[in-house]
Design a protein around this ligand. Sequence first.
Ligand code: HEC
Ligand code: HEC
Length: 303
Amino acid sequence: MKRSRSLSKTIFVGISVAYLAGAGCGKPPTPGTVAPKTTVADAKALHAKHCGACHGENGNGEGPGSRSLWPKARNFRRESFRLVSTKNQIPSVEDVETVIRRGMPGTSMKAFDTLSQNERIALAKHVLELQRAGLRETIIEQARTEQENIDDSVVQRIVDWRTTPSGRATLPEFGDSTADSIRRGRALYLQSGCPSCHGDDGVGRSKVYLYDESRRPTRARDLQHEPFKGGHGRISIALRIRLGMPGTPHPSSPLLSESQLVDLVHYCHSLSHEPKLDLTGFQRRSLATGQEYLKSLGRAAHQ
Ligand code: HEC
Ligand code: HEC
């Protein structure tokens, strides 16, 4: 059984990147350490009942209800999760349970707050199992494409490395915002490249064409009028700024000091207006794939 150099290289580079991006200490995190205990018996049935219509029974994002959605339902098997709280940006059971409990405002992912916490935890674990199964398939497919054999134990090791969350990112205390802190936050917002996507005023009408990891057109959030997917709490805004939103063009900002992060969070929080825009999927799609975008591809209809 021979493994090609190129495949081994891809895999081990992948491992070291995941490793370096992780806790930054000398040992990999132990798989399963963050999973809280739960007694719910049949997560698969719960998933089929509450989630499969959009996410598909096997989690590939192709449920019958998903066709008309914008953004589309997440493909758990192939795509990244946006709302993460861990240093290595790998979702923990808590991260997924929080999404299930609160939903993702401004999208069709609604809050499943009527399910019990045990049910949500069981669902979160099930979703993460689907993610692991998808990653396993991808690795095996890649090996097949490169016409190489790959040992099952190696596949398992990679899957563990890529799906094991590190500890939670540490955040500073935010306290109440002051006019000075918001002013400093505004200066940081301008200096940190945020306007290139969100515009000077946060409304995000910039002319850049953005795509998500699946090459679907997307666009920066209007920070004044649209709901935030993680909600408007300061902790959530801080996590999105510090860790980015994996799978989208919104970047992480690991180099901001704690006091800079506090100021930037206060500024983003201060931009937020109520009531929020309540766009339909069609409106969201039109904004992301409007004529400007089609023109850029040379596909706009002749006027
Ligand atoms: C009506 C359609 C719909 C249903 C039903 C639905 N979802 Fe979603 N879900 C979505 C959409 C759309 C997204 C992607 C939102 C985005 O990317 O902004 C999503 C995203 C997610 C994510 C990704 C979170 C992240 O951090 O990126 C998870 C996890 C998730 N859903 C779990 C579930 C679970 C579990 C259920 C069942 C209890 C469920 N969803 C039911 C539409 C749905
Ligand atoms: C390369 C373009 C780009 C840059 C630069 C960028 N963002 Fe974003 N941002 C996005 C996109 C795209 C989204 C929406 C992602 C999604 O929901 O799929 C987003 C979403 C957000 C959100 C909403 C979070 C939520 O919970 O929905 C906040 C807040 C935000 N950005 C703040 C910032 C700040 C502050 C900066 C500068 C440090 C910044 N962004 C830089 C593209 C960008």
